[in-house]
Design a protein around this ligand. Sequence first.
Ligand code: CA
Ligand code: CA
Length: 467
Amino acid sequence: MNGNFEYPPNQSQMSGSTVTGQNAIPYWTTSGFVEYIGSGQQQGDMILTVPEGAHAVRLGNEASIQQQISVTPGLYYCITFRASRTCAQDEKLSVTAIPVTGYPTQSGILPIQTVYTSCGWDSYSWAFKADAGIVSFTIHNIGQEEDPACGPIIDAIAIKTLNMPQPTGNNLLTNGDFEEGPYIPPDSKSGVMVPPMDEDDVSPLPGWKIMSYKKVVKYVDSAHFAVPRGARAVEMVSGVEAALVQEVYTTVEGSWYRLEFSVGDAANQCVASSDGYSTSGMKVKASAGASDTTVEVNFGGNGGSVRGKLEFQAPASPTRVVFESLGYYTKADKSGTLCGPVLDDVSLVAIAQPGVRQGYTAGCTHMQPCGGERGHSTGAGTASIEHALAGTHQGHNMAEYANYRSKQDGHVITSGISPAVPSRSPIPFPRRARFRDQERTADDALANHLDRGSACRSGARSAARPA
Ligand SMILES: [Ca+2]
Ligand SMILES: [Ca+2]
């Protein structure tokens, strides 16, 4: 309720724009230094804007807003909200959901330092499982800035039930078409960020995890982006710093599988490298088992997609399927807005062993008789790597690519996530710390160049059930 903060506060519990009573804002309980911000409000020489409507709240150091929401026990829920930075410091938000029974607490840390849209505010998503009929939901600014008023502005908080699609006989992957995911406000022209998460967190993108230290992927809709199939897909906006991962537990060690996927151009003029010069295309690396392939798209920022395919023998089970963008891309408008290739329509199916391989005689299982009756000869070495995109140059492997990029523009390209570690179930996710040393600063610098003047939204209002 009042998730967009348009119901005005009780003026007797206000001092100017500062909230002085914890129940001043209808339906919310606040603590710490919270301000009720009006669009156009002046702060020093800066005019504040709000992400939605005419009002929002700003959370100072250690400030929080909290609301009890009615949910159905056992179901999964996804919260979408907008946040904008008002200062340049590193900022993080903590979100928690605590059932009335007090246990278990589910929480997440959302990194909001990097700005992904040209207007300065982004939509973020976070998901939880309802463990009771009433859950206390809190957004807390854990920042410790010198200026206590230097906190993020929060607005447009909405909640939706998250369906959990099941794998089918035609696809061993869950939610391979990305049709299930966070609520995207219809007036949001720039999608919704899906943050990195730990292994046991509920993912806003059922089936998929975002592996990163503090970078995101963007969930986009066909109303505002070119989507390869259906109404939703994922835009990979963080280069190799964020990987989209799914563990498939139904694969059998030694059996053969085919991974297929679409890599697209979102028709958002994503045609520049992070230094603003035009790029010759965007590359996505797909890995499964011990095999990988790279697919490139080059549609000039006008939309379009190609299919990628990877046939591989599972060296272990579960099989980890990993996608990552191999570059940092920005829009052609010189705004520095980060963008990237779109991933959609991913499928994984069991296949017969494709031909007899040189030096590879394993793989005779109850599912896959020896001999390769499919007759799909692919030459020596590891599993077949096929590029669906004929006529474009072949993908670099990561080392070659890093070398290539460092020569091109001096970027530090870090190594990606290896899916090839053959370990037994469950495969531990790499710790976030692994990414800490790989942090790169160029895109954070980019964020500081953003033009915050242009609008991220059209006139329509959110239609979701407000939180
Ligand atoms: Ca609002
Ligand atoms: Ca889709």
